[in-house]
Design a binder for this molecule. Structure first.
Ligand SMILES: [Zn+2]
Length: 394
């Protein structure tokens, strides 16, 4: 592969290298498109830098406020040593609906909500003016978080929001955690689901409905395993020499704490990540595009690292390693209209991840990182790692 000016110029065997070309030897390894995390919550430039250190070249943020998002967008547009970002900006919810509880704990400043379907067009126009790349719709009554009864968008409001988003040429992506809400959202015409559900096993009618509607799905298995099942998959990487040391030390500490002890709620015993995995497997079999997303937010997961965990989780759910890799590269690029990345082909950005071994046969090889490039610029992982330790020890 020949890269010129940050763009893939040629792909093939026996390509002549220009005399001034820098040669990167990749024998015994696999070159992948830079990974795309299709569900993040990104608050700082440092998180985008950490993501890139793990080969995640693009993060698709699923809720942010303009005050926090502006600096992230500016940094990602002007620097090639951090991951790129797209964002939903402010998601659509009702007053006191999910995630307004995060205002009370200080994560976000107060943000606009809507109370009636006839406010949908104005709400979406405001998001479009703020630069939202897609519309996030949050449908959540808190039942899977053990309380339930939280006010949420009605089916009529969901439909109005989807219609308004499509009128603005924005995709509409829905947060759900139950199969019933997933059905409502698919019926309302959403383009994708930002989570699959945890409340019950998928039924055949839902799978048929999703396939017929042409949606994509971002299962976010890893975060649901942490909340509802076996615990935190990321802690399996503590001894991984090419992954664990590249986490911010504060993130390492957070990932080794028992997050569930800090939860202000108790997961109901009927909710399970096994439901999510089964839905993932059946949707994949029905040719619904599956996208790898982590729902990463400090301190519950790690930018970059958690996507490698999610790839392994997708394989555990029944995807082939190649299908899992597709879920983190060309599938999210296609689903979100990112036509300049996500594949190794001429004309696309040289966002690249070089690993030892063959992740199409053993998915854990994605963690054997030997090189990362964004827009053709090599990211120096060693310097990054050294800086992390220095900064932390000051
Ligand atoms: Zn989320």
């Amino acid at each position: 592969m020949l890269v010129r000016d940050g763009v893939i110029a040629e792909v093939g065997s026996g390509l002549p290298a220009p005399s001034d070309a820098e040669i990167v030897e990749g024998s015994g390894g696999t070159l992948l498109p830079g990974l795309i995390d299709a569900h993040t919550h990104t608050l700082t430039v440092a998180e985008l830098e950490q993501a890139l250190a793990f080969g995640v070249t693009t993060e698709l943020d699923m809720f942010c406020v303009p005050k926090l998002l502006g600096p992230l967008r500016a940094a990602a547009a002007s620097r090639v040593d951090i991951a790129d970002i797209r964002s939903a900006g402010i998601g659509a919810t009702v007053p006191s609906g999910h995630p307004t509880q995060l205002v009370e704990v200080g994560v976000y400043p107060p943000f606009p909500t809507l109370s009636h379907a006839d406010e949908a067009a104005a709400f979406v126009s405001a998001r479009a003016r703020e630069g939202s790349d897609y519309l996030k719709i949050l449908v959540e009554d808190g039942s899977t978080m053990g309380w339930g009864g939280q006010p949420r968008l009605s089916p009529e409001m969901i439909t109005a929001l989807v219609t308004a988003a499509h009128a603005q040429q924005l995709r509409a992506v829905a947060h759900v955690s139950t199969q019933a809400d997933a059905r409502h959202c698919v019926a309302a015409g959403v383009d994708g689901l930002a989570h699959l559900f945890v409340d019950q096993l998928p039924d055949a009618a839902f799978v048929r409905q999703a396939a017929a509607a042409g949606i994509f799905a971002i299962p976010t298995i890893t975060i649901f395993e942490m909340l509802y099942s076996s615990g935190r998959r990321e802690t399996g990487y503590v001894d991984h020499p090419r992954l664990w040391p590249y986490l911010d030390p504060a993130v390492r500490t957070a990932l080794q704490s028992d997050w569930r002890e800090h939860l202000s709620w108790q997961p109901p015993d009927w909710a399970s990540a096994e439901h999510t995995k089964q839905a993932t497997r059946l949707l994949q079999q029905a040719s619904v595009p599956i996208l790898a997303g982590t729902d990463v937010a400090y301190p519950r997961a790690g930018h970059g690292l958690s996507l490698h965990a999610e790839l392994a989780a997708l394989v555990d759910a029944g995807l082939t390693p190649t299908a899992a890799l597709t879920a983190a590269t060309s599938a999210p690029a296609d689903a979100f209209g990112l036509t300049d990345r996500g594949r190794i082909e001429p004309g696309r950005q040289a966002d690249l991840l070089l690993v030892d071994g063959d992740p199409t046969s053993e998915i854990t090889a994605t963690g054997e990182i030997t090189g990362v490039w964004r827009h053709g610029h090599h990211f120096d992982r060693d310097t990054y790692q050294a800086t992390l330790e220095t900064t932390h020890n000051q």
